[in-house]
Ligand binder design. Structure first.
Ligand SMILES: [Zn+2]
Length: 103
């Protein structure tokens, strides 16, 4: 697989990328499974998402802040390994590019 530039996507673009199962997984992880290094435990009060990226491998990397201590947390979703997701992500990249040219 060729290496792609890392791009920031907004919440609408993320919603388009994720199918129902992936959405459930994403929400479940964000609510229950993000580890905060500062609190040294799962961020029980949740995460304030500050940035969502598509990585070079078309994985989704979420940066955010722990609502309890405000420390930065990062969670990687290895969706890029899924062929369907990978293809969808490439189409999104194309549409973003076109959008930029039109603007
Ligand atoms: Zn914390």
């Amino acid at each position: 697989m060729r290496s792609l530039p890392e791009i920031t996507i907004n919440s609408f673009q993320l919603a388009v990328l994720l199918d129902e199962a992936e959405k459930h997984f994403y929400n479940f992880v964000m609510e229950n499974l993000v580890f905060c290094a500062h609190c040294r435990e799962i961020a029980t009060e949740g995460i304030e998402v500050t940035e969502v990226c598509l990585t070079a491998m078309n994985d989704v990397r979420v940066r955010g802040r722990c609502r309890k201590c405000n420390n930065e947390v990062i969670r990687l979703f290895a969706f890029g390994g899924n062929e369907m997701f990978y293809a969808k992500a490439c189409r999104l990249r194309e549409s973003i590019k076109l959008h930029v040219i039109e603007a």
